[in-house]
Each structure stands twice: as structure tokens, then as C-alpha cells.
Write a protein that binds this ligand. Structure first.
Ligand code: MV4
Length: 446
């Protein structure tokens, strides 16, 4: 691999460029017209403007991105997260044009994109899955039969959905009858696919995910868990590793489940198994993410493994640097917060604008992954993530205190940010105690 085309923007584009530089691989960046002054454009060896601000013209435009790879002579494409990262047609277009897609094969990606199919594969691999329908539920009659078997509440999910999109909770027959039909038409409108499946609904779960790495020599390891329960409308706000809910025994069980699932799939790349963890420590597979994730950083901090360079090395046919589980060691604790240009007191409304003044915190245990600089103009066309602030410590309390110290040092002027929200979360008694679940933010009143 000699040159990677970075098919993304923002902080993750920088993260990819830095990883490529660490590996001695050249980079080419694509950008949209509004991103011409972005740092990823300045840091890449070469750049190509692929179109206008609208994602359909630029970061989502498969023919233009493939053309940019051909023009620059890139032999690989990194999709980052979001945009085309989990689009099997994009991975397939790379395969058809002899470009290495830095991720799994299009066929494996497609399988995991169908959430009912993914669940079926994991069930066959003996990975625990939530009781419910065996695959697709065709009509309301079938739905009612399943609900009777597993008991209310149940949740209706779109096979083409994922990440919480197209979910509907039903607490009785009537809610299921109306909910099923609404979910069907919503899923048809959103994804052009009305296929649904049903499972038992867990009220106050934790969201725990397991990071895995799998190379093309059959080596598969897990890098332990991330706790991602603190989120709002399926947007994660705070992530940490390890989780306060997981002891060594449970970590081994969940890690083993993820490794077994990845092997069954023939998965090759970095990937994440998303589980929900019940109050009685039962865990259930929900989805697999086939991309690099925003929150990969906390895992890097506690394992010392550079997940980006490993993902690139795997795609280049190289073996894992640490190919066996017994050599993966966990050290300390890391917390990440996603700081956005938003007014969180006004329904988290995005507030694009210009960064007039900027001072980054620093010191022991602080990492910032960001594309912003003083004078940077945040375009209104994309998500409002400004930066990821990661605090590492020998234990959870030290990382929490360092995070608060860093939040206090931060100066960002010109746009409102979610920094005050994170002060509130990190000083909350339930957070301090590690008593987390997916309703944490709702319970704060947001
Ligand atoms: C669930 C669930 C409870 N029971 N499934 C939402 C995202 C998607 N990946 C799975 N999701 C959920 N599925 C059953 N059977 C609760 C959620 C859920 C959730 C999961 C992870 C993180 C945040 C969440 C917030 C609300 C609901």
C-alpha cells in the first residue's frame, strides 16, 4: 500500500492521515467546496475537490471518489465513519476498481447491514441474542404470536435500520398492532425496505461494545469493552473503557462471544460488536459495526494498540502486531467526551460559526482529536462535532478528575459548546458511582 485516499472530513480524516504518516504511507484527501480551508486538506500530501457542500455531491458521491482515487493513483481508500463507511456498494466499487477498501469485504458488510440477518448469523455462532422472532416478521398476526411467547414489552426493529433508527416499543397488543404498521411504512420510506423483526424489550440497559481486530491469517483478538450508555437520541456523548459494570469474568465471556462471531463471519478488519447488558448481567448481541468508531480512542488508551494503523495493516495483508489474546493487556482507565458546537439547553441545536479564540488543554493524560483551529469556520452542512477530548488515568477517578481539569482549561469562543454539559455529567453522583444506563441523559432532564 503506497497511497491512501481519505474519503472523509473533520477529525477522523486527520486521524487517518496521521496513522498513514506513522506507517510511511502517502495520503490524498478529498474535500467539498466548503471544506477548502479544513486541516485535513492541509495535512494530506495531495487533495482533490470533488464537489459542492451537499454530501451527495462530495463525501457520498461514489463515482467521484473512485475517480479521485484514480487521478491521485491511490491504491487504497479509508472511509472513516459515517458517510460511505458502511455502504456495501462503495466497498464493492472499490473491489471492482482494484482499490483496497480499508474495512471488511462488501459481502460481509452487507450481511451485517441487514440487522435481522446479522442476528441470525450470531445466533448460529452461539452468541447470545435477544429472544424474539426468528428473522423477519411478515405481518401483525405473526407479531402478536411472538409477543405472546416472549411477553411485553417488545420492540419492533427495521432490518435495514440500526443505530436505533426505525425502532418502535410496544407494551400491549394494541400498541403492537399500530406500531407494527407504522414501523413498516416508516422503514419503507426511510430505507426502501419494510422488513421488520421483533424482540423482547429491555427497559434500562447499558450499551456495552467490544472492539475486535481480525487479520487475514485467522488471528482474531478483542480489545475489551467500551461503555457507551451515556447518549441522547442514539448519539453517544460520553464513552469510557473499561466499564464499571464489567468484571474480568464477564469481559472474557463477552470478548469470547465477539471473537467467535467474527470468526463465524470470516471477518477481516477492525470491528465492533454492540451488546446490551441487562441489570442481571445478561448480555445480548444487538448489531455489529464494520467501521472505525468515533470512540475507538478510549480503547487505544487502555490497550496501547493503535486501532487505525492496525486496521490499515490488516487491509494491506499484514498480520496483527499482537495476534494472541493473552498478550493484550489492559492498563488504567479512559473517558472520552464529544464536544459539539451546539446549544444543549435548546434541544442540542447545532450552532455553526467561527472559532474566534481557542485554547486547548494539555498535561498528563490528556488527548485531543480535533480538526478545529483559531479562525476556523464551521460549515453548517455536516455534523457539529468539534473535538473529542480523552482523559486517561491510572484508574477511573483519576481520569474523571483529569477530564474536569481539562474542561476547565478549555477556551472556545465564537460558538456555544457542550463543555458545560460535560461538567454536569462528570460531577453527577450517579456518574461518579458508575451507575449508568441508556436513560442517564433523559434523567438529567435533557
Ligand atoms: C434495544 C433496547 C432494548 N431492548 N433492544 C438502540 C440502538 C440499537 N443499536 C439498539 N437499541 C436498543 N435496542 C432491545 N431488545 C434498547 C436500545 C436502546 C439503546 C441501545 C444502546 C444505546 C442506547 C439506547 C437508547 C435507547 C434504546
Amino acid at each position: 500500500m503506497e497511497k491512501i485516499l481519505v474519503a472523509n472530513r473533520g477529525e477522523i480524516a486527520l486521524r487517518i492521515i496521521r496513522a498513514a504518516k506513522d506507517l510511511g504511507i502517502k495520503t490524498a484527501a478529498i474535500f467539498s467546496e466548503v471544506d477548502k480551508d479544513s486541516l485535513h486538506v492541509r495535512f494530506a500530501d495531495e487533495t482533490v475537490c470533488v464537489g459542492g457542500a451537499r454530501p451527495e455531491e462530495s463525501y457520498l458521491n461514489i463515482p467521484r471518489i473512485i475517480a479521485a482515487a484514480e487521478i491521485t493513483g491511490a491504491d487504497a481508500i479509508h472511509p472513516g465513519y459515517g458517510f460511505l463507511a458502511e455502504n456495501p456498494s462503495f466497498a464493492e466499487a472499490c473491489e471492482d476498481n482494484n482499490i483496497i477498501f480499508i474495512g471488511p469485504s462488501s459481502q460481509v458488510m452487507k450481511k451485517m447491514g441487514d440487522k435481522a440477518e446479522a442476528k441470525k448469523v450470531m445466533k448460529e455462532a452461539n452468541v447470545p441474542v435477544m429472544p424474539g422472532s426468528d428473522g423477519i416478521v411478515k405481518n401483525v398476526g405473526e407479531a402478536l404470536t411472538i409477543a405472546e411467547k416472549v411477553g411485553y414489552p417488545v420492540v419492533v426493529k427495521a432490518a435495514a435500520g440500526g443505530g436505533g433508527r426505525g425502532m418502535r416499543i410496544a407494551r400491549n397488543d394494541l400498541e403492537l398492532k399500530t406500531g407494527f404498521r407504522m414501523a413498516q411504512s416508516e422503514s419503507q420510506a426511510a430505507f426502501g425496505d419494510n422488513r421488520l423483526y421483533i424482540e423482547k424489550y429491555i427497559e434500562n440497559p447499558r450499551h456495552i461494545e467490544i472492539q475486535i481486530l481480525a487479520d487475514s491469517y485467522g488471528n482474531v483478538v478483542h480489545l475489551a469493552e467500551r461503555e457507551c450508555s451515556i447518549q441522547r437520541r442514539h448519539q453517544k456523548l460520553v464513552e469510557e473503557a473499561p466499564s464499571t459494570a464489567i468484571d474480568e469474568k464477564l469481559r472474557e465471556k463477552m470478548g469470547e462471544a465477539a471473537v467467535t462471531g467474527a470468526k463465524k463471519l470470516g471477518y477481516e478488519s477492525a470491528g465492533t460488536f454492540e451488546f446490551i447488558l441487562d441489570e442481571d448481567d445478561s448480555f445480548y448481541f444487538m448489531e455489529m459495526n464494520t467501521r472505525i468508531q468515533v470512540e475507538h480512542t478510549v480503547t487505544e488508551m487502555i490497550t496501547g494498540v493503535d486501532i487505525l494503523t492496525e486496521q490499515i495493516r490488516i487491509a494491506n495483508g499484514e498480520p496483527l502486531l499482537i495476534p494472541t489474546q493473552d498478550k493484550i493487556q489492559l492498563n488504567g482507565h479512559a473517558i472520552e467526551v464529544r464536544i459539539n458546537a451546539e446549544d444543549h439547553t435548546l434541544d442540542f441545536t447545532p450552532r455553526p460559526g467561527t472559532i474566534n479564540a481557542l485554547h486547548f488543554p494539555g498535561g498528563a493524560g490528556i488527548r485531543i482529536d480535533s480538526h478545529i483551529y483559531q479562525g476556523y469556520k464551521i460549515p453548517p452542512n455536516y455534523d457539529s462535532l468539534l473535538l473529542k477530548l480523552i482523559a486517561y488515568g491510572r484508574d477511573r477517578e483519576q481520569s474523571r478528575k483529569r477530564m474536569l481539569r481539562a474542561l476547565d482549561e478549555f477556551v472556545i469562543r465564537g460558538v456555544p459548546t457542550t463543555i458545560p454539559l460535560y461538567r454536569e455529567i462528570l460531577t453527577h453522583p450517579d456518574f461518579i458511582q458508575g451507575r449508568l444506563n441508556t436513560n442517564f441523559i433523559k434523567n438529567l432532564g435533557y
